[in-house]
Structures are given as structure tokens and as C-alpha cells.
Write a protein that binds this ligand. Structure first.
Ligand code: SAM
Ligand code: ZN
Length: 199
């Protein structure tokens, strides 16, 4: 099972553990990944759910047509027990008809403003007992910047996940676990995931 290139082994542990917990808690659970890119992680999530033999659905959201193409190749066909749907949209402009979500993984634009909007939109949609995860959440990741193409302008925006999570008044959630960032062979900080569980 191959996750996307920015998902480290440590990230995978948090992702798989929370998926497993969610499948133990909910019947026919609905999963969401926001930010799809090459859809490798989407495929790996589907394979994980299939391995757990849980009838489930993965909703994949990305505003880029290239991501939709990748999703079509890797995820459009059902993977055993897991079906998938792609939504071409801004993260916060789409609300699934299944409003009670078991697990939401936020990995789209990591600038402070976008993550804030992601939190406001997605946190209320998670079911009690369900999970909300954020990629690139470590403090050290704030030394890195976001691709300019995400906003289509020339402004450099630092990764602001850590700050957005610090400012989040997450009374309805408890911190569940995290993976730390790791230094890649090219000397760049990579990965880190924070997971929160709804009370
Ligand atoms: C870091 S990549 C996703 C990586 C993927 N989760 C993986 O593990 O391989 C970020 C993706 O978010 C998408 N994106 C950026 N801003 C977005 C937004 N506001 N709404 C939806 N998608 C967005 C980009 O098009 C890009 O494909
Ligand atoms: Zn942004």
C-alpha cells in the first residue's frame, strides 16, 4: 500500500490507527480526504478500508482538474468494500449529503486562512467519536511555504496549520495523537499529522 510522497511512515501510523478506530465505531462509515493531488493516499485509504472488510465510502475533494484525473485512474472503481466519489470543489464550498462523517483528513492549502476555513467548515460535520486529522501540523512546518498556485497569485504564504490549530477553540474535540515531522534526505522537513476525536 503506497501513500502519497509527503505522507511519512509516522503519518501512516496515525492515519491507519484512526481509520481502524472509526471502522470499529461506525456502521457503513463515510471518510473524507480534502486535497488529493496524485490520489495515492486516497487509494491507500481505500485499500486500508478494504483490508478491514468494512463497507465504506471515501469522498475525495480537490479544486484541481489534474487531481480529478488521478482519482479517476486510481480510485474511481470500487476497491472491494470501499467506494469513492470525487468532488471538484474548494474545500469549504462542498457539504456531503452524509453530514455525519466518521473521519476527515485535511491536506489541501496549508496557509493559515485556508486551514481556518477548513476547520470552521469540517469540524461540525464530524460525528461524536469520529476523527479530524490535519497534515503538516508541526510547528517546524511553519518554516516552509505553500505552493503559490493554490491561490493563483504571487503571494508567498507560509504553512500555517500549527498556528490555525493553536487558535482553534476545539472544545468539542480532544487531542488524540500526532506524528512528528521528519527531516528528508534533501534536508527538508516533511510530514506530521495531528488527530483530534470528537467528544
Ligand atoms: C498536499 S496536496 C494533497 C496530497 C495528498 N493528500 C496526498 O497525500 O498525496 C494538496 C492538494 O490540495 C489541493 N488544494 C489546494 N487548495 C485547495 C482548496 N482550497 N480546496 C480544495 N483543494 C485544494 C491542491 O490542488 C492539491 O492537489
Ligand atoms: Zn490558502
Amino acid at each position: 500500500m503506497k501513500f502519497g510522497g509527503s505522507i511519512t511512515k509516522l503519518d501512516q501510523e496515525v492515519i491507519i490507527e484512526t481509520i481502524r478506530k472509526a471502522t470499529e465505531t461506525f456502521k457503513n462509515p463515510v471518510f473524507v480526504e480534502v486535497g488529493i493531488c496524485r490520489a495515492q493516499t486516497s487509494r491507500a485509504i481505500m485499500e486500508t478500508l478494504n483490508g478491514l472488510k468494512v463497507k465504506s465510502k471515501l469522498i475525495c475533494i480537490d479544486k484541481n482538474l489534474k487531481s480529478q484525473k488521478c482519482w479517476k485512474t486510481k480510485c474511481q472503481d470500487r476497491v472491494g468494500f470501499c467506494a469513492s466519489e470525487f468532488i471538484l470543489s474548494d474545500s469549504w464550498s462542498f457539504t456531503p449529503k452524509e453530514k455525519n462523517l466518521a473521519w476527515v483528513f485535511i491536506d489541501a492549502c496549508h496557509c493559515y486562512e485556508c486551514v481556518k476555513r477548513d476547520i470552521e467548515h469540517w469540524a461540525p460535520l464530524v460525528m461524536p467519536g469520529g476523527f479530524l486529522l490535519f497534515h503538516d501540523a508541526a510547528k517546524i512546518m511553519m518554516t516552509r511555504t505553500n505552493p503559490k498556485s493554490y491561490h493563483g497569485d504571487n503571494i508567498i504564504r507560509p504553512i500555517g496549520v500549527y498556528k490555525a490549530l493553536e487558535d482553534w477553540d476545539c472544545k468539542e474535540f480532544i487531542f488524540y495523537g500526532k506524528s512528528d515531522a521528519v527531516l528528508s534526505k534533501r534536508d527538508r522537513w516533511k510530514g506530521s499529522t495531528n488527530a483530534y476525536q470528537k467528544k
